[in-house]
Each structure stands twice: as C-alpha cells, then as structure tokens.
Design a protein around this ligand. Structure first.
Ligand SMILES: Nc1ncnc2c1ncn2[C@@H]1O[C@H](COP(=O)(O)OP(=O)(O)OP(=O)(O)O)[C@@H](O)[C@H]1O
Ligand SMILES: [Mg+2]
Length: 290
C-alpha cells in the first residue's frame, strides 16, 4: 500500500539534499522532500530541530548552502520569496504576520491583488520597467476609478469574501486583524496565503495556541482545503494526535537531520523518533509497536 495514495503528477515542490548553516550551526542537513498535488504531509521534531528553517529555505527566505529547491520543476535557489510565491508556493508563519491595522477582508485582498498583478505580467519587457509601468497605470486607474478598476475591485472582493467564508471568518470581514481572537488570526493567515492561489501550502504550526476543539476543527478544515483547492500541503504541528490523524506521510527532524520518514504508524514506532521527540510516555499512552 502506498503511503500517499491520493497524490498525482510531478512534484510541485522538491527539496533535494538541502542544507543550511548559520555560522557553525548546521540547522538543516541533506533535507529531502517532495510534495505533489493531493499530498498532506507533516514535518515534526523537537524545538530547534530545523522545521521553520526548512520552510524558510523552501520559500526563499534563506538560500541553501547546499542542495537544490525546485518549485513547479524550476530551480529556485536564490530566488526571492515573492518570486517563489508566484510559482505557486504559499506559507503561513509560526509568528503571525498579518497587516494588523487592515481589516480581515483587506488582508486577503492584498494577497489576491498580488496574484492578479501576475496575470497582467504576460508582456515581455524588463521586470523593473514592467513593475513601474503597472504601478503607474494602476495608480491612475485607482485615482480615476475607471470602470475596469471598479470591476477588478469587485472581483477581488468577491474572491476574498469567498476565502473568508471557507475559513469561517465571514463575520469578521470588516474587523481589523489585530482585534481578532488568536485562533481566528491564524485562520486569516491561511485565507491570505490562499489568496495568492497556491498549488502548495506550507503551514507552520497553524494550530498553535488553539484549544483542543479548535485544533481538531482546523485539521478537518486543512484536509478540506487540500481537496477543494487541489493543493499539496506540508504542515508543521506539535500535536501528535492531530498530525498523525491527518497526514499520510511524516518527516521527522532532529538537530537538522532527518531521522525518520514514512507513514504515521511507521514514524510513531520508530525508536529514534521516540527517543528524540515522542518519549517513552507516548508509547504507553498511545500504544504502537516498540
Ligand atoms: N537566522 C538564523 N540565524 C542563526 N540561527 C538560526 C537562524 N534561524 C534559525 N536558527 C537556528 O536554527 C535552529 C533551528 O531553528 P528552527 O526555528 O528552524 O527550529 P524549529 O524546529 O522550527 O523549532 P520550534 O519547534 O521551536 O519552532 C535553532 O537552533 C535556531 O536557533
Ligand atoms: Mg519553528
């Protein structure tokens, strides 16, 4: 039986022997991963294991010291995060990074707009010139409230409203992000990431700070997002019950090294994983082979 039965096609995101070093610290060593459409994979490990660093390398925040990151088949080492995002990779952050003074709706619209701008960028002239021309043109269109601009605004609003609805946030549409309860801010981050129309979504501890019920609901929702938006998803989460419950494949990091990889049942009975992360108590309380 395949550990990832629903996945199809070529990898949308690949890490091929990726390493990164900060001074003398090897934060990530020979990291390998492939995410395809339909994947729902987990990345786990103790604090400081290198999970967020892996996300940062995959999304262009850091350039790998070694190895190759490929998004949609393209080598993206050294690309900027927004360029990688345009290839279809979006993420949320462990420390929430919303536009705090903007409404929930506007937070998502900003993301939808960023993606919309890409569609206009079919024209083949220099990137800087193109950016400047688009800014100038958009500025005038916005100032004059041209019919084209108004129609585009309505479409962006409609898209953003749909994403708020999917994430159960319609009732917060016009509230400033900073006034939302913590759990809702986390869901808004996901809505915003979806606004860029990704093919792969990386979620860094999306359930952190939520109560048990909220966490369980979120995990069901994440699976729904995978299906509704035809995504590949990689999720970092410390709650083992949840991560093992929804993920078909799990990679375990410890001190930057991949110590195990496989289906949840394989990973939870792996001696190295138990020693480094789960602890012997885990087996006693959750069962599983030693
Ligand atoms: N920019 C940086 N400069 C120096 N060291 C860094 C940098 N970013 C991360 N590190 C170090 O790399 C290691 C891995 O950190 P990382 O944040 O990836 O861990 P994590 O697995 O996400 O942990 P947590 O579960 O606590 O979020 C840590 O020792 C951290 O201090
Ligand atoms: Mg982290």
């Amino acid at each position: 039986m395949s550990p990832t039965p629903d996945t199809t096609g070529a990898p949308l995101l690949e890490a091929d022997g990726v390493s990164i070093q900060f001074g003398g610290l090897r934060a990530l060593t020979e990291f390998r991963l492939a995410i395809r459409q339909g994947d729902l994979q987990g990345l786990i490990g103790p604090n400081g294991a290198g999970k967020t660093t892996a996300f940062n390398v995959l999304t262009g925040v850091y350039k790998p010291t070694q190895g190759e990151v490929r998004v949609a088949g393209k080598r993206v080492n050294g690309w900027l995060p927004h360029q990688i995002n345009h290839l279809g990779l979006a993420r949320t952050f462990q420390n929430i990074r919303l536009f705090r003074a903007l409404t929930a709706l506007d937070n998502v619209k900003v993301a939808c707009r960023a993606q919309g701008a890409l569609h206009v960028e079919g024209v083949d002239f220099g990137a800087k010139l193109r950016g400047a021309a688009l800014n100038y043109r958009d500025w005038w269109r916005a100032l004059l409230l041209t019919p084209g601009f108004m129609a585009e605004e309505r479409e962006l609003t409609r898209q953003a409203e749909h994403l708020l609805e999917v994430m159960g946030l319609s009732h917060r549409r016009d509230e400033e992000a900073r006034n939302l309860p913590y759990g809702e801010q986390r869901r808004l981050e996901i809505a915003r990431a979806l606004g860029t129309q990704p093919k792969v979504l990386l979620l860094d501890e999306p359930a952190a700070g939520m109560n048990t019920r909220e966490k369980a609901d979120l995990m069901v929702l994440i699976r729904k997002l995978r299906d509704e938006f035809s995504l590949g998803i990689l999720v970092i989460e410390h709650d083992m019950k949840l991560v093992m419950g929804i993920c078909e494949k799990i990679t375990v990091l410890d001190h930057g090294e991949t110590i195990a990889k496989g289906a949840p049942e394989q990973v939870r009975s792996d001696r190295k994983v138990i020693e480094a992360y789960l602890g012997d108590n885990y087996l006693e309380t959750h069962g599983g082979a030693a």
